[in-house]
Design a protein around this ligand. Sequence first.
Ligand code: GAR
Length: 206
Amino acid sequence: KKKVVLFASGRGSNATALYEAMRDGRIWGEAAALVCDMPQAAIIQQAQQWGLPIILADRKKFSDQHAFETYILEKIAPFQPDLLCLAGFMRILSAYFVAAYEGKIINIHPALLPSFRGLHAQRQAFEAGVKITGCTVHFVTAQMDDGPIIVQAAVPVYESDTVQTLAERILRKEHPSFIKAVALFCADKLQIKGHTVYGTDTGEEA
Ligand code: GAR
């Protein structure tokens, strides 16, 4: 089984979806630890209940980004992770960090990249008036929200929507999309050529 380290900053519904999919065998992986940058995050309590090792790295406690990232790298190294999953992790990781796990970091973003990069992607889509948005699961590179795309799922925007109802509809697509991408990675099915990921045409929608 692949050893997977989950990164999350808040509620942790994506981390929970991945954890449960690993526990029940939909993903051939094993959750090794949780990295969290927010001491008050709900996902910390959840991880405690699971008995999952928790690495708390509060960015404010570090003098700079490099020290923050070095701490995380040192703490995750003993788990010998095969994959890092950024599941609602609200910090950008620098080229220094990404180089240490090149091709082994997967992120979920609540929009159809390359549209609406960065924070509040659901609000950005809502305000842009698009009729379709969605979510993207992609490999992480040093450029924010720009790595090779593994899975995307489309979500309609309705006239009755608020940012919140739209975000909820996107979230319901995020969980199966993330599970599908991580399951394929853990089964060694994904190949990156240039900026394109192959091996995702499973005949199933995320
Ligand atoms: C999710 O919608 C995720 O896509 C988004 O944060 C939310 C976390 O929810 N991530 C980003 O915006 C990354 N820039 P969760 O904690 O319940 O998984």
